[in-house]
Design a protein around this ligand. Sequence first.
Ligand SMILES: [Zn+2]
Length: 647
Amino acid sequence: MNRDVINKCWNVFGLQKTEIRGIGVLNGSKKIVSAWFSSVGNLITELERYEADSMQWYFVFNGVNPYNLEAKMCNNQCINKFNSTKHSISDSDIEFRRWIMIDIDPKRKSGVSSSDEELALANKVSECIYQFLSNNGFPRPVLAMSGSGYHLMYPCCVAVSEESDVMIKDFLSVLSMLFSSPEVEIDTVVHNRARLTKLYGTTAKKGSNTPERPHRDSVIKYIPNVLKNVDFRLVKAVVDKYMIKETKYSEFDNYGRKIFDVEKFLNVHGVGYKKRDVKGGYKYVLNECVFNPEHKSPDSAVFVYDDGRLGFKCFHNSCSSYHWKEFRERLEGVKIQKPVGDSKAYSEFKQILPKQEATWLRLSDINSVNSDDILHIPTNFRVLDNCLNGGLAAGGLSILTGSNGCGKTVWLNNMILNACDKGYKIGLWSGEMQNWRIKNWFHIIARGAQADTEEINDLIDKSLEDKLFVYNNNYGNNWQELFSHIRLLVEKEKAHLIVLDNLACMNINHNNIDKYEQQSLFVKDLAEYAKQSAIHIVLVAHPRKSYGIVRKEDISGSYDLSNMADNVFILHKVNEDFKKNAKDFWKKSDVEFYSSFNSLIEIAKNRDKGEERLIGLFYESYSKRLKCDYAEIIHYSWELKNGLKIL
Ligand SMILES: [Zn+2]
């Protein structure tokens, strides 16, 4: 047993939310024990009690309904202590799929550990699968050695449903077809919801411990820096490419099922092959690829799945875009156009997993970044910008909150206009305001004292032409869709700042997991995306309470939203309510000072400088402008550029 690995496993797989199970032989009879642990320390202490026994340890890797977990484990007195259970976690207790497990095992006599050579072969296949999936857009997986084979664990987050059950099952069948060999197989039965995997760090004790087939400690070999969920559309895309229902040519087999007789088809067309029994169906390994006779066995193959679906794959780059349809057309002499796509052709079997980055870095290993080199988008509220090193930093996420009617929209619109005026490009999604109202707001602020005429408004529109992009509200509030458009805006227009107003209006639709967990995943994704694409994102979130002074802790939603943000800003309207209650949070003299403003923006969190403070602002109601000084006169560049008399 390796305590460090168990620790790692605990953290990466969230073992405090699931059942740990031991299966083995105790005193001559099969024994199953289960438990739910509140800390990794408790888990290790318990495992130590069993160290001399033949128990093998596992955990349920998908998302268990927490109430069911608690109920089952409490009933059986399995909290922080292994006990026999009649009611361990089963498929019906799983709420969402958290991991896609690919189990790569060397073929060998059952009940024994693998030899070193067999293990090395499994490792090689895991590299091929990793590379194949990377080329198909998959993020990096966790790689683990189970004791006898390898596991690729791909994080995902999708509600359990019949559809996703079938998808995972098909996906594993495809991988089995593509990558299993006479020596190594891909397990196709590990698709069920409550599937167990090895508790990494514990010892795999299969058969006798011999020098040739030793018991090994399972280990986690690689954890990506950022665990990114697999988009299920990618899983579907792989299945759709290599598992095709053929309808054009069918006959009846002895059972009356419509089938495509692959053997007959290959024989008629004089294609030589070797038929191989593979988990999930049959694989016809072709003597020569039909697209290029230099591609010899075993580089290309036709697949027949148990349910009759078909597939074709040749592992050479030049053939990477040929699938079953093209294969069939080739043999039938139909002129085929080489399909486009699959541009990231992959380099066959030579791939290596990404170099494992060091866990502990010396200072000299870390690239230095001067904070002055980071782009800061000015809000043009001077004091605020000073506190933020110049403005909203690229790569960061800010949360803006404040009670109803405190002026969040006013502040946002002023900030957006100010930044656009300085040449920054901004995308705005407003879940509550119609497009024309947004336009009106910006016109009023930008006009200031200028006349409300069509001409003037046109000049304003023109000045914001390639700066401000308002998401068309007719496209709704679906986050997945909005996000794809944000990415386009950032890539094509090089947008610097994205403003999302507000969280409550967003349809996140991360399937049917808990609402707060959804929001928490959503904000985590936002923070990660801001970092990746070096933009800043401002997210508006309402507070839970509707009276009194809003604090950071009042932000509605999951408690950790503000933890994930780089900045948290709170807007306060200076009204009677504020004057009455502010004394509870600030010194009397400060409250008196701040009471002379119309509104206040509070920096409740700033990761860069750590400065927390209030900043006073004046509101000019006719122009809806917010100003730092009462007497400040703001002029936007559209006035100056067009030679308008400054009013
Ligand atoms: Zn080929």
